[in-house]
Design a binder for this molecule. Structure first.
Ligand code: FE2
Length: 269
């Protein structure tokens, strides 16, 4: 079973780059599933429904989100509420019945009678949000889904720090196929296979305009970095050179991961 994983569909340029590159990648890799983290799909704080639907139409199976999902929920709530929504939220946001947020915490996708579970959790260090314990939440979800006869399990752990991340790897090395980290905007070189064949990669990176400051137009951040004085507004970079990063993961039938390939393409729209 082959899965393509993309992280961080960056605003306008990368949505266009994804539209251009994904059909070609499909042809080349023939993946069973495609997972995309859409942290910056519409802006750096929340997605709008139009863009989420645009990405879904590229035959994406699951879209994971990020720390800002509740900042402007109204922009994507209708889509998220749909029964067949491809979007999931971090599973360990603190639930409170009055706010009715207790759904779409994880997703099981099925193809050719095989089931893949995707779990998305977040760690709160250096984030502006309080969440419940992600390790215990993952265990709860595994318990909730244990009768589903899952073939593969993948976790997107959205976080900044490293110690908890390393610990999660070892904590879960008994039933998870692949764990990857998102949010730090850099691809790491630490892919590793654990003793029981869980593959891990502590960041899958992002895909962005090549000549930008993460995703920002470099002139728009100049005032901030030089003086931090007065008002400054960060503009998105609209240069048409892009870089697309993703990983291709191969997993055997019995939950064990066979290989991981990190790939990068540069292009111009
Ligand atoms: Fe994030």
């Amino acid at each position: 079973m082959k899965i393509l994983i993309f992280w961080d569909v960056y605003w306008r340029i990368w949505r266009a780059a994804l539209k251009k590159e994904l059909p070609l990648l499909r042809k080349k890799y023939n993946p069973d599933f495609v997972i995309v983290n859409i942290e910056n799909a519409s802006s750096w704080r929340w997605p709008i429904e139009k863009h989420v639907v645009e990405i879904e139409k590229l035959w994406v199976d699951v879209m994971t989100t990020w720390d800002h999902i509740f900042d402007n929920m109204i922009k994507v709530k209708d889509y998220l509420d749909k029964i067949d929504s491809k979007l999931i939220r971090c599973a360990n946001f603190i639930e409170y019945w009055e706010y009715n947020i207790a759904w779409k915490w994880y997703k099981i996708v099925e193809k050719n009678w095989k089931k893949l579970l995707v779990i998305h959790v977040m760690w709160e260090v250096f984030m502006n949000y309080k969440v419940s314990n992600p390790f215990l939440r993952v265990k709860e979800i595994l318990k909730e889904t244990e009768l589903e006869n899952l073939n593969w399990i993948i976790i997107d752990f959205h976080k900044e720090t490293t110690a908890e991340w390393y610990w999660l790897w070892f904590f879960l090395d008994w039933s998870i196929s692949f764990v990857f980290w998102t949010h730090t905007h850099i691809q790491t070189n630490d892919e590793l296979i654990l003793p029981k064949w869980t593959w891990i990669l502590s960041d899958v990176w992002m895909s962005w305009p090549l000549y930008s400051v993460i995703w920002a137009d470099y002139t728009s951040v100049e005032k901030r970095f030089l003086t931090w004085i007065g008002k400054w507004k960060i503009e998105q970079c609209l240069d048409k050179h892009y870089v697309v990063n993703w990983v291709c993961v191969e997993i055997w039938e019995d939950m064990k991961c066979e290989s991981i390939e990190k790939i990068r393409i540069r292009g111009v729209l």
